[in-house]
Design a protein around this ligand. Structure first.
Ligand code: HEM
Length: 364
């Protein structure tokens, strides 16, 4: 691997992209003609883009990717908080934030720890098993809290994985077909869950928005937890491989996520001419907001940016951390061979997230 990532979309899976990011943060704005993207890398540039109403989460006129237009998946994506802009975004966001606030974090952490312990008890704690745990736990924990019965939770995590594969930029027709089927099945199951416990709180929060919005956003929440959640747990494990650390300390998470982030960038689509942090942007421009670079900008406040900022910032931050804390506690009790795992770490080739794999080199 070369000393410098080839470009910003290759940085998240590079062994040490941080000198590159610091150089980009020093420059503030960069134009990458090869990628056709503006890079907003300083803290000032990234924050200005995330705060600007001229910079949207979807290209104007394409509320969902054209390939999904007219499908059930397309209808679902179009209802997601993550894909929505004003005037739909503020009431949806208020509903999601209220639903998240209704679940005590201690219950989330306990549920994640118990599910992780049961998962690890089923076999030897190999690298592949740990990879499977990181893919299973975020969605399975949320499914358990929503009231999915025990035998179905692994299947929910598998369906969310199919959804994630279908929505990846390099998905082929077969992956998209499987994703559409998984989406339909998840929505059908969500409609049949008994409306008690946490799901009752979701229903109450979505009373004005309707059932279709509720079910789509529950599927959206499961999807949002999947890759980023796996990245967070695998980062905590990788740091533990080097030395013991206090995974229950939020300040420690912030410090480590600033130095070695999981979520490296997000995109914005410019809808109208605007000047942000000294850079003029035109309608049709696309901006890569380099959260990983902005977090390390010496001119910034010195905080992790993993969970984004502003009106689309992650409402699931505390839930995601509670799940990761539960996972790390269960893992400590399972006593894996941390030193052996340290030598097996690889990064998945994803453009925007740094997700470790521990079993890539194992035979099965
Ligand atoms: C339980 C797990 C999680 C849930 C339920 C969740 C949920 C969400 C939702 C619903 C949004 C859309 C917010 C909006 O558009 O208004 C979002 C955005 C975001 N999430 Fe999370 N998330 C989770 C885990 C994570 C993790 C682990 C990370 C980082 C490591 C992360 C990083 C982000 C970022 C950066 C955004 C903003 C993207 C943007 O501004 O374009 N999330 N999340």
């Amino acid at each position: 691997m070369s000393a410098w990532p080839e470009h910003a979309l290759a940085a998240a899976s590079h062994a040490d992209p941080y000198p590159y990011y610091r150089e980009l943060a020093r420059q503030g704005w960069t134009r990458d003609e090869g990628l056709g993207l503006w890079l907003a890398a300083s803290h000032a540039a990234a924050s200005a883009v995330l705060a600007s109403p001229a910079c949207l989460v979807r290209p104007p006129g394409e509320p969902v990717p054209a390939i999904w237009a007219g499908s059930r998946m397309g209808d679902t994506l179009g209802r997601w908080l993550r894909m929505s802009e004003s005037p739909w975004h503020p009431p949806l966001r208020a509903a999601v934030v209220a639903a998240f606030a209704a679940m005590p974090l201690s219950a989330v952490q306990t549920c994640a720890r118990q599910l992780a312990a049961a998962f690890l008890a089923e076999g030897a704690v190999t690298g592949k098993r740990l990879d499977a745990l990181t893919d299973y736990l975020p969605a399975a924990t949320l499914a358990a809290l929503l009231g999915w019965p025990e035998p179905a939770r692994g299947q929910v995590a598998a369906q969310v994985a199919a959804l994630a594969r279908a929505l990846a930029a390099d998905a082929d027709a077969a992956a998209r077909t499987r994703g559409e089927a998984a989406c339909r099945d998840l929505l059908a199951q969500l409609a049949c869950l008994p409306a008690s416990g946490w799901l009752a709180a979701w229903r109450q929060a979505f009373a004005e928005l309707g059932e279709a919005s509720l079910h789509a956003n529950l599927a959206g929440m499961l999807f949002q937890s999947f890759d980023a959640g796996a990245g967070l747990i695998s980062a905590g494990m990788a740091w533990r491989c080097r030395q013991p650390w206090d995974g229950n300390d939020d300040k420690e998470w912030n410090r480590r996520l600033r130095a070695d982030p999981v979520l490296h960038h997000t995109r914005r689509f410019v809808a109208e001419e605007v000047e942000l942090a000294g850079q003029r942007l035109l309608p049709g421009d696309v901006v890569l907001v380099l959260l990983a670079a902005a977090a390390q900008d010496p001119a910034g406040p010195g905080e992790a940016m993993d969970f984004g900022r502003g009106r689309h910032g992650c409402p699931g931050e505390r839930l995601a951390l509670a799940i990761a804390k539960g996972a790390l506690t269960a893992l400590e009790s399972a006593r894996p061979d941390w030193a052996a795992l340290a030598g097996s770490i690889r990064y998945r080739h994803l453009p925007n997230a740094r997700i470790r794999r521990f079993g890539a080199g194992e035979m099965r």
